[in-house]
Design a protein around this ligand. Structure first.
Ligand SMILES: Cc1cc2nc3c(=O)[nH]c(=O)nc-3n(C[C@H](O)[C@H](O)[C@H](O)COP(=O)(O)OP(=O)(O)OC[C@H]3O[C@@H](n4cnc5c(N)ncnc54)[C@H](O)[C@@H]3O)c2cc1C
Length: 351
């Protein structure tokens, strides 16, 4: 159940509109109630996406994005589309023109602004979920390896468990990462010394021209929490991961260990967006924040987690403004006390 503070926030967002004038023929009225509370729209909204009826998947307008993020923060998207397949994605790219496009994975590394995202948000939550059976081959060394092809919408945790079923080692350390494969590729997500880029063999994406393109790993550059693609990210739809055969029990045990460590060290029961800051060379951001005495520091309902200082938690009704303000305070204090500039890891999107 949403608490009162959160309901008030939703109502505030619904009232404030998108802050933008649409030049449209079709007019749409705001809903009359939000979570049982009456609202009185200040202006009539209209939209400029006359091609939306061509989409086979689900299309939502002025949809609040907070529920689609792990930190439960974010205002409305002008349009939120859950495509059904590649053809839907190509339709979007064909018609979107100069409207902004944002791709949403599982929303676990995001901070979406309180006024939401203008243009089109595409969520791959309900599609590209297939994991193909691994194809095994033997290396010159005699070791057996395998390639797994998986859709970008597959959750990393599920993919890691699936690989373990076939005794494939290489991504068991990533089992606790709550995002999708697509998000893990873009972010080069990593844990326990393993990064997504290390096991990638190829990535298939749709470019902004709607072309389906498969890139080999040699065409990508993997950096700390970022993969660099030629000509921008595009929409990632599928990837091949290459892994080595290992001992199934050892892989299983390693996954159990990683999951148990996370549940002890991370605030998994409170909404958050994972690590907020990148670890500076030779330091961990969490320790720097903790040693600066900032554990528990709050702005509004956004607070530095007591369990892990590199996590900001939403204690109920936190806004993106609260989180941004807290981030600035942390950066200033850490800089003052240690001389180190903390860079953010989370992706900020929208207004
Ligand atoms: C409790 C918790 C623990 C976490 N632990 C870790 C950790 O150990 N290591 C780590 O690296 N991260 C961690 N994270 C952060 C996060 O889970 C990862 O960065 C994850 O890979 C993000 O995936 P996502 O699907 O949620 O992407 P989102 O947060 O939805 O998006 C992230 C970025 O990827 C882009 N994107 C997503 N999907 C696609 C696609 N298909 N095509 C093109 N662009 C796309 C988005 O536009 C955005 O720029 C943690 C988060 C939480 C909440």
């Amino acid at each position: 159940m949403l608490n009162e503070a959160w309901k008030r926030r939703l109502i505030h967002i619904a009232h404030s509109g998108t802050g933008r004038d649409f030049n449209l023929k079709t007019k749409m009225e705001y809903p009359k109630t939000v979570l049982g509370h009456k609202i009185h729209p200040s202006k009539t909204m209209s939209y400029s996406f006359p091609w939306l009826h061509k989409i086979k998947g689900t299309v939502l307008q002025n949809e609040i994005l907070a529920p689609y993020t792990s930190i439960q923060i974010g205002g409305p998207a002008d349009v939120l589309i859950f495509p059904e397949d590649i053809r839907d994605l190509q339709t979007i790219l064909k018609h979107i023109g100069s409207q902004p496009l944002f791709i949403l994975g599982e929303g676990t590394n995001l901070l979406i602004g309180d006024r939401g995202i203008r243009g089109v948000v595409v969520s791959l939550k309900n599609c590209f979920k297939e994991i193909k059976r691994p194809l095994f081959f033997r290396k010159e060394t005699g070791k057996r390896r395998a390639v797994i092809k998986a859709g970008a919408g597959v959750k990393m945790s599920y993919l890691a468990k699936n690989a373990a079923r076939y005794s494939l080692t290489g991504i068991e350390q990533l089992v606790g990462i709550p995002g999708s494969l697509g998000g893990a590729i873009v972010m080069n997500a990593g844990a326990e010394g393993t990064e997504t880029g290390q096991v990638l063999r190829s990535v298939t994406r749709i470019t902004s021209d709607g072309e389906i393109q498969t890139l080999k790993r040699e065409q990508l550059t993997f950096e700390y929490r970022k993969t660099i693609f030629p000509d921008g990210d595009g929409i990632i739809i599928e990837a091949e991961l290459e892994m080595e055969e290992g001992d199934r029990t050892e892989i299983q045990n390693a996954m159990d260990r990683h999951l148990s460590r996370r549940s002890h060290t991370q605030p998994l029961t409170v909404p958050n967006s994972g690590s907020v800051f990148k670890n500076p060379d030779g330091y961990t951001a969490g320790r720097l924040i903790e040693s600066a005495g900032l554990k528990g520091l709050s702005v509004g309902d956004a607070g530095v987690s007591i369990k892990h200082a590199n996590f900001i938690v939403n204690k109920g009704g936190a806004t993106a403004k609260d989180v941004n303000c807290l981030i600035e305070n942390i950066q200033e204090e850490v800089k003052k006390k240690t001389g180190i500039d903390l860079q953010t890891e989370i992706v900020r999107a929208g207004e």
